[in-house]
Design a protein around this ligand. Sequence first.
Ligand code: AMP
Ligand code: TRP
Length: 349
Amino acid sequence: MVTDAPARATDQADASTAEHKLRVFSGIQPSGNFHLGNYLGAVRNWVNQIDESESIFCIVDLHALLNNPDPVVLQEQIVNLASSLLASGLDPDKCLLFVQSDVPAHSELQWLLNAVTQFGELRRMTQFKDKSAGKGDAVSATVLNYPILMAADIILYDTEKVPVGDDQRQHIELTRDIVTRFNARYGETFVMPEADIKTEGARIMSLDDPTEKMSKSSPREASYISFADSPDVIRKKIRRAVTDSGDTITAGDDKPALTNLIQIYGSLSGKSTPEVERHFEGKRYGDFKKELAEVVVDSLTPIQDELVRLKGDVPYISGVLQQGAERASEAAETKMRLVRDRMGIGRPR
Ligand code: AMP
Ligand code: TRP
């Protein structure tokens, strides 16, 4: 339970007690479709460690503004994502779940962290390079400043571990640099967070192009398996997934498509890559894909059923998010009082 969350923001002394549970924080954007990559790369790991840690999970709607979403669609996507997270097993009695903009301290801290972040380090982020390519000066400032807001999300709650997919590694490195610089300039204020990136499932690739990661924002529906896909759609997408030349079910650098499919199979069935290879020895691509489709459908169906039920109960979703925001706000405000003091801003007290 995260019942003592507010105290933790100031009470770092309890880090040494036997009962110390790791503070875990992660965020996910309410944009596009919640997909298998999100689940295997991030959310399933959040659920797996929920009992051993004090977990805080955030639906980062401010980050999603980067894609200029339609306001009505954004609201739908917040409900959709909250339902997907709860259906995936994020028990609201065991963690905090809230929407980023419901806790204004995130935006405030983002501004303050501008003071210890350099233009050059933002411009060097891979995500900035990718998303600004071809846009020249017309690129939105949200794309550049995105990692500062992410750093604010993380360090506001004395986070120790940040479970994410591999694509977020660089943003967490920048967060660590920001912490080092802030603490050196203003005194020990923020806890140093660490990325928690699993080897299994950390990078699920597109089904139609194994050189590209499976992404919510892809315009090509065949590239991802969404939690909104019916069993038949899932079967069709897997049947049509690209494969590599050859005829054995084996992974390897020269077989990116098969490696990805084997990873998905392994992650969902709890088998290692060699175990999956052995399981399919002497079998054909078609047999493998058929069995893979059934593993995916069997894993997703119970989550999808729960997702549909939850999506229909907006008052419940809203209540969970409100409670999460209230408790997160208490912790955030305690931290912000310290930060404002350290930086010398505000009227004399
Ligand atoms: P996003 O969809 O960008 O909001 O990402 C939410 C979480 O899912 C982050 O921790 C990402 O690292 C993770 N994630 C997104 N896409 C993938 C993918 N294709 N494979 C593994 N993890 C992913
Ligand atoms: N940038 C992350 C992504 O696109 C989402 C995110 C925002 C996040 N704030 C965070 C992840 C804080 C972990 C911690 O996936």
